[in-house]
Design a protein around this ligand. Sequence first.
Ligand code: PLP
Length: 395
Amino acid sequence: MSAGDPPPPIPGARLLFSLDPAVAYLNHGSFGAVPIGVQRTQQRLRDEVERNPMAFFMPPGLTDRIVHTRRHLAAFLGADPDGAALVPNVTAAISLVVQSARLTSGDEVLLTDHGYGSNDLAVRRQCRRVGASARTVALPLGASDAEVVSRVRSALRPGKTKLLIVDQIASATAKVLPVREIAAAAREHEIPVMVDAAHVPGMLPVEVDRIGADFWVGNLHKWGYAPRGTALLAVAPAWRRRMEPLVVSWDQEAGFPLSVESQGTLDYTPWLAAPAGLFTLRTLGIDAVRAHNAALAAYGQRVVGAALDLAPTDLPYPGTAEVAMRIVPLPSGIATTHPEAHTLRQHIADKLTTEVAINAWGGRGWLRLSAQIYNRAEEFDRLAERLPPLLAALH
Ligand SMILES: Cc1ncc(COP(=O)(O)O)c(C=O)c1O
């Protein structure tokens, strides 16, 4: 295999998923795709609920199973099993953390311009409620780790900044931020740090506790093959007693993490089926899956970039080769706003039967390609062939 070749496919991998064979699904990053075996596991759990809802929900059965699942997922991610809570998604965790941070008038939350849009909305709503403010530090796409740390460090305002939120792998740019070093810089000033690691579980090896963040949250339903609605929020010891659940239910007095996990009558089967996602990953060989996905995403970026007449230097490198998402800049003037990005994504889905992510970031439009074991190099080749005329027709 030469440097320009795609990785060899993982035989039979597409058959593990229920994806429409007519669609090139190059956007695992947005909502994941659940392997059929994991779907079946969840369905068996749902069947169990329906056989006798009382037996399923009443203590101690469900609680024990939640604790067992949480411990399993926490061990996989290198997080303290007693200091992590199952939550539905990163979105819920962000609201939970900004609420628990007890911001008051005059305080500030620091974000980066790589952050996820709805995180920004959640932070700004909480700031409005209490008279705090949000500020954004700009991090150039090509900034080195040292430059990122230096920019974040200079943006911190000790005494005023009461929370810093950084992505471990950014959504719009796929950039990997040096979260461990950023957390260390913030710790020097006792500024709490939350890491949005939505894409990390399953994609990157991680030891959450070694990052040293106050809060870290990762979705298992993207690259961890779990059913949607499964994320793990790890909380540093100093904060655990201060966590204020968004939804108050019967386990409120039990304290973190059960107080956060217990939310009344809800479908808990995604959480209980999540270990089957990790089992799938391990059975396939986690290193093989990671190496395949990262190499195929890099291949996709190369062929689509070349088709758009971009030089290799125009194609952003995520910071580490292990990332299974890559971005390609779109010709200037295309998809420079969120509504335009949304329209273009839909247009590509309709005309090319190809699912991709399109984001407006830093004043221009970006195509984001994800690669997963069900993808083939030919799907990226076909996009490379058909995207340039589609974009040309937009002018
Ligand atoms: C970096 C990042 N943060 C947060 C989210 C939101 O995830 P969820 O919808 O599962 O809450 C996403 C979703 O793609 C993301 O990429």
